[in-house]
Design a protein around this ligand. Structure first.
Ligand SMILES: O=C[C@H](O)[C@H](O)COP(=O)(O)O
Ligand SMILES: C=C(OP(=O)(O)O)C(=O)O
Length: 416
């Protein structure tokens, strides 16, 4: 019989009563309560010692001795397949090899996977042809189909998401542990998983007390992050992240002020624990050079030891004439270049990259050497939410980032 040393859920203990942004309006609180009890009784997906190991690896990123490659779907679906998993891991592995080969730094691979089932939305509702329904918020909340039935939030979906996460992680671990003759292509040597800690009704029941350290850890993934829309230092998401011992990250958008980052550091990393906190900058190519320097300067001056990473996707989204949400490869590259330039000028370590990407040949982002244009978007647009770089675009970008990183060495980067 499988036993787990981490089985005491803290699900029913309210972390703190605070405003909770971006939560679904569950129609039936009794069903919600039952589902939370079932999640609380289920096995965790990851173990505290694995999260501690990731924290240790991320300390090397924060200290300029390693780079982070974080990537995966915008919104995972429940129907992933073996070949999609293999292609994703193979692509991540090749990207890591490109980064590592050119910079001579180890690369920590952190998949957006096995938990990326909940999405924050700009608008709570979507209107089509005079019909208004709740926006799609990810597979753990409601369905993508534009019908009232599919769009009504259903707490049972959290159980299905948990099952899908377990199956995904199980397969990923098998692929990572498998020999090259039993798996197709490359796999990262060591794999960690991450997702946005958006749905507190999912995260809280899966939070467990580690019997060894007696401290709470998220059992749903190795690293959890707070998004741009839920990073209020006084909000419930930051209170939740403050209460767990996993490594955590926070997205930093164009409106972020130095004082907000200092407040986040105070809440999330008061002991200045190496690897505990990473800031993921997603400002947009047009503002990163202007807005980022002050933030990095003020954080560095505070003595905090956070890691910095660029997410060049979320600040560069626009709607193509066909109506598809898309991102341009050139803007993505421009934001990365600006981000590395800022760190180079300040003598700080740029840390790495966070991407929405897939190993499939989808047509969701435009540009890159294969020349995907607006007219191609409809050919294979499969994302349930935001557009991802496809396999060729991801590999091309990794080569270019490796060149940028290698040509902008900073004193804070412990180059060999
Ligand atoms: O991945 C991200 C968010 O959920 C997304 O960018 C929000 O998209 P929206 O502006 O279409 O709601
Ligand atoms: C929603 C996301 O990003 P952000 O919070 O930066 O908008 C995301 O990474 O899925």
């Amino acid at each position: 019989m499988q036993t787990s040393p981490v089985r005491h859920s803290v699900a029913q203990r309210p972390v703190v009563q605070r405003p909770v942004a971006q939560q679904p309006g569950w129609p039936d609180t009794e069903v919600l309560r039952t589902v939370k009890h079932r999640l609380a009784a289920s096995l965790p997906l990851v173990m505290p010692r694995e999260s501690d190991l990731l924290k240790h690896r991320l300390a090397a990123v924060a200290e300029g001795r390693a780079m982070l490659l974080q990537g995966g779907d915008c919104a995972e679906t429940l129907d992933t397949s073996l070949s999609v998993m293999e292609n994703r891991l193979d692509t991540l592995s090749r990207m890591a090899a490109a980064l590592s080969g050119r910079t001579a730094l180890p690369v920590v691979v952190l998949a957006r996977m096995a938990g990326q089932y909940a999405k924050p939305r700009s608008s709570a509702f979507e209107a089509r042809d005079g019909v208004t329904l709740p926006s799609y918020r990810g597979e753990s909340v409601n369905g993508l189909e534009f019908t009232a039935a599919a769009r009504t939030p259903d707490p049972h979906r959290m159980l299905r998401a948990h099952e899908a996460a377990a199956a995904t992680l199980n397969l990923a671990r098998a692929l990572v542990g498998g020999s090259p003759t039993t798996t197709r292509g490359h796999v990262p040597e060591e794999l960690f998983v991450s997702h946005e800690a958006l749905l507190l009704d999912y995260e809280t029941p899966l939070t467990r007390i580690d019997p060894y350290s007696r401290r709470p850890y998220a059992g749903s993934g190795h690293l959890l992050w707070a998004g741009e829309r839920t990073r209020d230092p006084d909000g419930a998401h930051i209170a939740y992240l403050a209460g767990i011992r996993n490594p955590v990250a926070v997205k930093v958008g164009p409106t972020a002020e130095p004082d907000e980052l200092l407040a986040l550091i105070e809440r999330l990393d008061p002991d200045q624990e190496p690897g505990r906190l990473t800031f993921v900058v997603r400002m947009g190519a047009t503002v990163v050079r202007e807005n980022l320097p002050l933030l990095v300067e003020k954080v560095a001056a505070s003595g905090a030891r956070v890691g910095w990473v660029t997410d060049p996707m979320h600040g560069n989204t626009y709607t193509a004439p066909s109506g598809h949400k898309t991102r341009g490869f050139d803007a993505v590259l421009d934001e990365i270049t600006g981000y590395f330039d800022v760190h180079h000028a300040l003598g700080t370590h740029p840390g790495g990259i966070h991407l929405e990407m897939t190993g499939e040949d989808v047509t969701e982002c435009v540009g890159g050497h294969t020349g995907i244009g607006h007219d191609d978007l409809a050919t294979r647009y499969e994302s349930a939410c935001d557009p991802r770089l496809n396999r060729e675009q991801s590999l091309e970008l990794a080569q270019l980032v490796a060149e940028i990183a290698a040509s902008r060495r900073t004193p804070a980067t412990a180059w060999t």
